[in-house]
Design a protein around this ligand. Structure first.
Ligand SMILES: O=c1ccn([C@@H]2O[C@H](COP(=O)(O)OP(=O)(O)O[C@H]3O[C@H](CO)[C@@H](O)[C@H](O)[C@H]3O)[C@@H](O)[C@H]2O)c(=O)[nH]1
Ligand SMILES: [Mn+2]
Length: 728
């Protein structure tokens, strides 16, 4: 090969064949405009309830129109990226940079240590020089059970890594691997499997016991830290270098080096805000800078194991290209989940956002950082601005070379994770992960992009990472409450992309961010649409054009086109028809509950009534019955939650309206004018149909996951009251 010939390490292809999309977008614009004309020209002349209801529905529609236009920004373009790993290794194999991998965990009950070590082992086993990998576990739960599990993993890794190399194992998370390859005649397979099973049993036994027995504590000095007194929310920094990769004595069974493995529970004290995951990650950025200081940082949540041993190399193609890499600050992989059932009952995959929208944001100049499965450039993450000199000469990169003695290293790095370290500093404001927002990831990504960096979204054929999606309706709704609360908070603060990004990031990217930032803002228009039209039918007020009028056409077109397009997108992203139907239900439910709650919580918090909170999403396999229902795609209620009361009340009220309409159609007393009310009836029917699983849970199911009696009674009373109030 010619010496000066430049061969890119990655290439980008813009999506082609967008003709159909533009036909859709333009025709929708025409339809929408006609609807607006209808709403204005047919505005009720007489003063009264109809005028108010009309104004309201027009406002709701205007909101939907604005939001639809915003979401088009995250659709009108797309870019797909491809890497050339062979070129990377030809050019750089001997000077590959070090990688620091941050795994976060926060609660041994909600995030079982066995799952966490599965993730840790999967990243230790990357197809990458082990001496260049440094894995850090941040344990916000400060749990000696977690520490014990990590010690076990470090021992097991000596067998696991050679095994992965020799058998080209994929995925390299042992429990996932052994659950797919259940048998093998191979001797090494049998040995490793046996060791894994034994490790699993020991970790699980301790979990059941709830503590680490004394005879096991003797094996590592680290346990001493807990004996000095350490509770979850009140303890000093615990930093243990479990494997020091630079120590030549630390080797696997084939004598090859092992990755460095570090346990960190940053100091926590009552009265000191710890800033949740963002605080934990900032402590890791500092501590790792003393231990390995790699230029590239991979951040994953404890449930997102590596599913592709090549991901590090993929990511490096984006960072090490001579011409295109200069300003790339992070490479975001999609968050995929391996516990999704065929029709994804709770819409957990976020299929379309991840397949369509992130590629569009990338095309606009920067994928957002979505918290996990993301490779960062340390400089950018630590708050450096992009400058032309930001280019790294990878061949001369100087990382920490001095091997400090282990104890010394722990002692000197420890204070970096102390509570007081960040006092009067710009950590959380200008440097590192940003504080004060439940979606710290989005603000962090935005602040990086604002400093002149760009980012890419990389969606490889074999998924880079796999995680666990919530398995019940309530957990899903709670997770989305946190997300929507965080996003709307961004929209209403100085971090609003239109202000914060003004002049710093491209306008289409600013607008695309709003798709998510304004999730919560959808709640009011949706609540209106779900409640007021049925009220109006009962009251004999019509809000839509008659079927015999031509004005009905734009309504029909917009409705059909929007949903057909959304179905097309969903199927293209790999979903099923039923999955789409489930997804539509989830969007409705989120808008009626989480988004509404997120909206209210943000207002309450800005008035000083509530404090920022981060409810951790449970990742443990809930009880067997719940799992079984999840597998069978039966919607899980089971808990008396106020969110379910809202959902059930709205559903029941629509059902009562349907019954009343049906009655008047059959006995014609009072006769209902089909021509005028057809659209109302259609809308009402759709709300009822989409709620079928909820009615089943209310009236027909007997299992533990059905609607709790208290919710049923409350919602029946509310719906009946509302119905009586409107009809009499
Ligand atoms: O005080 C805390 C709380 C959480 N975490 C960790 O943060 C991660 C994310 O928590 P999880 O409950 O799984 O939240 P999700 O909603 O599933 O996570 C998504 O959304 C979050 C923002 O709301 C991002 O932080 C995550 O990276 C992103 O995957 C987990 O590894 C936790 O262990 C901490 O380290 N400290
Ligand atoms: Mn998660």
């Amino acid at each position: 090969m010619e010496k000066n010939e430049y061969l890119p390490l990655f290439e980008s292809k813009a999506a082609k064949g967008r003709g159909l999309y533009w036909v859709y977008a333009v025709s929708m614009m025409i339809g929408i405009s006609l609807i607006c004309i209808d709403r204005v020209t047919h505005f009720p002349g007489e003063n009264g309830v109809r005028r108010w209801a009309w104004t309201g529905i027009f406002m709701a529609e205007l909101w939907f129109i604005i939001y639809w236009i915003i979401t088009q920004c995250a659709r009108c373009r797309a870019v797909f990226r491809y890497t050339f790993k062979d070129r990377l290794s030809r050019r750089y194999e001997d000077v590959l940079p070090g990688i620091d991998i941050f795994v976060s965990t926060a609660d041994p009950q909600l995030e079982p240590p066995l799952m966490v070590v599965d993730t840790v082992l999967s990243v230790m086993a990357y197809d990458y020089p082990s001496e260049k990998l440094n894995v850090y576990l941040s344990d916000d739960g400060c749990s000696d059970l977690m520490f014990y599990a990590l010690l076990e993993a470090s021992k097991f890794s000596r067998f696991w890594l050679p095994f992965c190399r020799n058998f080209n194992v994929e995925p390299r998370a042992p429990s996932k691997f052994f659950s797919t390859v259940k048998q093998s005649p191979d001797q090494q397979w049998k040995e490793v499997k046996k060791l894994y099973d034994e490790m699993e049993a020991r970790i699980n036994d301790n979990m059941k016991l709830g503590r680490v027995p004394d005879q096991l504590r003797k094996h590592h000095k680290g346990f001493h830290e807990w004996e000095l007194g350490a509770s979850r929310s009140d303890h000093r920094t615990i930093l243990q270098v479990i494997i020091d990769g630079r120590d030549t004595k630390e080797a696997d069974t084939e004598g090859k080096p092992l990755p460095t493995l570090v346990y960190l529970a940053r100091e926590k004290r009552p009265g000191y805000p710890h800033n949740f995951k963002a605080g934990a990650m900032n402590a890791l950025i500092r501590v790792s800078s003393r231990i390995s200081n790699s230029q590239i940082i991979l951040n994953i949540d404890c449930d997102h194991y590596s599913n592709n041993s090549q991901s590090v190399r993929d990511a490096l193609c984006f960072f090490m290209d001579d011409e295109q890499s200069r300003n790339i600050s992070f490479v975001q992989f999609p968050q995929r989940f391996d516990n999704i059932t065929k029709n994804d009952l709770y819409g957990s995959c976020l299929r379309v956002p991840q397949a369509v929208e992130l590629a569009a944001l990338d095309a606009h100049g920067g994928a957002p950082y979505i918290g996990s499965c993301c490779f960062h450039r340390r400089d950018a993450l630590s708050g450096k601005k992009y400058e032309n000199e930001s280019h790294i000469n990878w061949k001369q990169l100087n990382e920490i070379q001095e091997p400090e003695r282990e104890n010394l290293l722990e002692e000197t790095a420890k204070f970096l994770a102390n509570c007081s370290y960040e006092e009067n500093s710009s950590w959380g404001k200008e440097m590192g992960f940003m504080y004060g927002c439940p979606v710290e990831d989005i603000v962090t990504g935005l602040s990086i992009q604002r400093k002149g960096w760009r980012s890419v979204f990389f969606n490889p054929k074999r998924e880079g990472f796999m995680g666990l999606a919530p398995t019940t309706l309530l957990t899903t709704l709670i997770q989305h409450t946190r997300w929507s609360e965080g996003h709307i908070q961004i929209a209403l603060s100085k971090y609003c992309p239109l202000i914060y990004g003004h002049g710093k990031i491209p306008v289409p990217l600013q607008i695309s961010y709003l798709c998510y930032n304004l999730w919560a803002a959808n709640c009011l228009a949706t609540l209106y649409y779900a409640i007021v039209p049925p009220v109006c039918v009962l009251k004999g007020i019509n809000l839509f054009p008659q079927v015999s009028s031509t004005w009905v056409l734009p309504y029909a077109y917009v409705f059909v086109a929007k949903h057909t397009y959304s179905l097309g997108e969903f199927l293209w992203s790999g979903g099923t028809l039923k999955g789409w139907y489930n997804d539509q239900r989830m969007w409705l439910y989120k808008r009626l509950t989480c988004y509404f709650y997120g909206f209210c919580l943000t207002i309450l918090r800005s008035l000083g009534f509530t404090k920022l909170n981060f409810t951790i999403t449970g990742k443990n396999s809930v009880d067997d019955d719940v799992s079984k229902r999840f597998e069978q795609e039966i919607m899980e209620f089971g808990t008396a939650s106020s969110m379910f009361v809202i959902l059930a009340t709205i559903a029941l009220f629509n059902l009562l309206t349907s019954i009343s309409i049906a009655r008047s159609l059959i006995i014609k007393k009072p006769a209902i004018d089909l021509d005028s009310y057809a659209l109302h009836i259609l809308l009402n029917g759709l709300v009822v149909i989409i709620n079928l699983p909820l009615f089943e849970a209310l009236f027909f199911r007997k299992d533990q996951g059905c609607m709790p009696a208290s919710v049923t009674y409350q919602s029946l009373i509310f719906a009946a009251l509302a119905f009586l109030l409107t009809t009499y």
